[in-house]
Design a protein. Structure first.
Length: 173
């Protein structure tokens, strides 16, 4: 969830045939029954392969071919994932970890680390408008300021500051 930004309900509803692990993407059924493509990185690919090959049981009901299954082959329910996330959060020292925080953290980090533009983020998260994405832009900008990340276009382009004598105006154009 942290790597893809998928919602809890989307993760639970993910079908085995919609996990294109080798190709590096998932076909997710989002809100409003809208299907979208969500990229996954090499680490998530490796984890999913490991789960599929070594740990995933056969589905109890053959027509219920969900990706994530319990040990007895039933679809993994949202409440079970919530409990797992809560347990992992306590172990990691993040007591308020929850599914939506993973979604939020993905979106914010996507922007902070320049993984793409707001339109790509909108597409990955499945938003119909940029209004919610705008909130993540605000969070990412605030986080960048807190972390001291340079936001000047000139600095981003690698142009060094002009050096001169004090009191002399310099033209940076």
């Amino acid at each position: 969830m942290l790597d893809t930004g998928v919602r809890l309900s989307e993760l639970c509803g993910l079908r085995f045939e919609d996990a294109h692990v080798e190709e590096g993407y998932l076909k997710v059924m989002g809100k409003g029954s809208k299907e979208r493509i969500v990229p996954i990185d090499a680490s998530a690919q490796k984890t999913l392969w490991r789960y599929i090959i070594h740990f995933r049981p056969e589905p109890l009901v053959k027509t219920d071919n969900y990706l994530l299954l319990t040990l007895d082959g039933k679809p993994l329910q949202a409440n079970a994932i919530k409990l797992l996330i809560k347990r992992w959060g306590r172990k990691a020292g993040v007591p308020r970890l929850h599914a939506h925080l993973c979604h939020h953290t993905f979106a914010t980090n996507f922007l902070i680390h320049n993984c793409g533009d707001v339109f790509r983020l909108q597409q990955i998260l499945g938003y119909t408008s940029l209004e919610i994405v705008r909130r993540y832009v605000h969070y990412a900008s605030t986080q960048a300021l807190i972390n001291g990340k340079t936001l000047s276009p000139i600095d981003q382009m690698g142009i060094k500051k002009l050096r001169g004598r004090p009191g002399i105006k310099q033209n940076r154009s």
